[in-house]
Design a protein around this ligand. Structure first.
Ligand code: MN
Length: 233
């Protein structure tokens, strides 16, 4: 890492503060930026999912994979990029087998807060059903300098440091045909994290709570438990 100028200790000076008094704090819709579609699909008086806001990029890039029993079971694969979670719905889930090419449909950006969301989206709401935090951790790019740029160019190669998923993966956009412009493939690269015999179905527990989707669906306390309290960690 290049050294910063000697003794730049003042944290307040290095961080340009948004002036709450002068800037228009009422302009909520424009601040949502790429999160507009996320908010438009949800009624936050009805669903316990986070309202979210776009946040400045931190140092560590986060990822999360949520297992989601909506009308169709799928895994939501999300990478932090440009202050939000770029998101793909992976029907069969991630694989550690480099021979597998898993279809991953890009969906709307989600707020960073969403990485901690586990609970039940009530019936009648967008994506109604159970959600668990199936895996999470950090990642770094294996190519390029900015994840949002890589994604915009249709290919991102990255190294995951999760509890279940580790090592290099590639997400690559398929050639748009048959109107499937959002179709990508999620592929495990060959490295020490690869395992041809690995099966996502045998790793069904949440890394946040240890619960499975079934545990959540049958929990008597689920209603209380999914309250909007912030995550303790
Ligand atoms: Mn989903």
């Amino acid at each position: 890492m290049p050294r910063a100028k000697t003794k730049t200790r003042s944290t307040s000076a290095s961080k340009p503060k948004r002036s709450a008094k002068t800037s228009s704090s009422k302009a909520k819709p424009s601040k949502r930026g790429s999160l507009g579609p996320y908010a438009a699909k949800r009624d936050f008086t009805q669903t316990p999912e986070p309202r979210g806001a776009k946040r400045p990029l931190g140092r560590a890039l986060r990822f999360v994979v949520q297992k989601h029993q909506a009308s169709h079971l799928h895994y939501d694969f999300r990478l932090e990029a440009d202050g939000v979670l770029k998101s793909w719905a992976v029907p069969k889930g991630p694989s550690l087998n480099p021979a597998d090419r898993r279809l991953a449909m890009q969906v709307e950006d989600h707020p960073l807060d969403y990485r901690d969301f586990e609970g039940i989206i009530p019936a009648g709401n967008y994506g109604a059903g159970q959600v668990i935090v199936w895996d999470r951790g950090t990642y770094r790019l294996a190519e390029g300098a900015d994840p949002a740029t890589e994604i915009a160019h249709g290919k991102i190669k990255f190294i995951l440091h999760g509890r279940k998923l580790t090592g290099m993966f590639t997400l690559v956009r398929m050639r748009p045909r048959d109107g499937s412009a959002n179709a990508w493939l999620l592929i495990k690269d060959k490295d020490a994290g690869a395992d041809p015999r690995w099966n996502a179905d045998r790793h069904a527990e949440s890394v946040k709570s240890g619960r499975t989707l079934d545990d959540l669906a049958h929990s008597r306390h689920a209603k209380r438990w999914i309250s909007n309290r912030p995550a303790s960690r």
